[in-house]
Design a protein around this ligand. Sequence first.
Ligand code: CMC
Length: 396
Amino acid sequence: MTTTPNKAAAPSVDAPVAEAPAKPAPSAPPKTERPYSPGLEGVIAAETAVGYVDGANGRLLYRGYPIGQLVEKGTYGRVAELLWTGEWRKSAKLVPAPVPDPVMCALHELPRHTHPMDALRTAVSVWGAWRRPHWPPTVDQARELTAFAPSALAAFHRLRQGLEPVAPNPKLSLAGGFLQQLTGVDPDPANARALDAYFIVGAEHGLNASTFTCRVIISTRSDLASAICGAIGALKGPLHGGAPAEVVSQLHEIGSPDHAERWVREAIERGDRIMGFGHRVYRAYDPRAAALRKVAEGMSDMAEWLDVAVKVEDVVLRVFGELKPDRVIKTNVEYYAAAVLQGVGLPPDLFPPTFALARMAGWGAHAIEQASADKLIRPDARYVGPAEMDVPALGH
Ligand code: CMC
């Protein structure tokens, strides 16, 4: 056997140790020149044709179409198909599907105090165990998951109140069917349309934390159910999908616009986050907030709440301009999402999972796109721990 001159042969464990080699002095890990961006801010981690978030100019496009126009001219079913297939078709629609039996059994078993976000994640997980969707994810898988998820969430909401779930009315839209399965009666068409608009607005938003999570999981050639479970977990955090419920309690706490200035100043000085404001990407007004504000303004029951919300928003933006002049902090989607979700009668703890129902379309589209790129996502970390050292002997 020949050995290459520069490569030392691996020492055999059985070979007698002739002379202990000089021990290298513990050294700090080598410094890397590669840039580190905390929170991956500004890092391009994927190429996508699904959506474009133009943070500087406050624009959001789904496959090239502006969000405002999609809300005016589209339905969630059409928008979901657009995201999955790239096609804008009149015939495209999504109707609410019944909850599969294994999923319903699991929902029955959940404790009533289960957070609805956990119930939704469980429903997706059981669906995955039952259907065993294989990698690569497909449009059919995304469609099936998106169509039954609202029914599963509504069923859990009824079960936790001691009510029996109701079957979906297939004549309704996905959003309308969700409301019908929550209450047991067909919804006011205006509310169904308002929630459909919310679903459109929430459907896709580039490489946000939950979509990134979904893409990371798919990049390992894992299945769609696992990826969506991970995405739901990421969306559950208050900095991502948990904000609108807190917008409601925040406005409740402020009470009247006259108290807003003091409340906001004190909150910012304490280092608290004001929910419904600020964004990683937008440095202009979030176009989704503008679209949902318009929807909320059309909801008669929300007039009084909106009046307070708009006045408080003005104060918050002014105070941010004064106290955080170096960071452009504007209203984000969650501020007016809170108005629409309340207006259609949802309790605040259903806000985050309802956001997840809307985002199913975007998650599915990104999962399909990621699988076609078929590249494992595996970034690197900068090591800042101790230099190499011997493990101290602890005795027996
Ligand atoms: N309230 C108070 N301070 C804020 C806020 C806020 N809402 N947003 C940003 N800041 C400040 C933050 O304190 C920091 O100040 P400093 O540099 O003095 O420490 C600076 O702005 C930068 O904040 P950051 O957390 O480094 O910036 P980010 O890009 O990571 O933050 C965010 C994005 C959404 C996490 C943040 O704006 C936030 O916590 N907002 C409140 C929660 C919220 O409304 N979330 C919904 C986001 S929209 C839904 C979605 O698209 O996922």
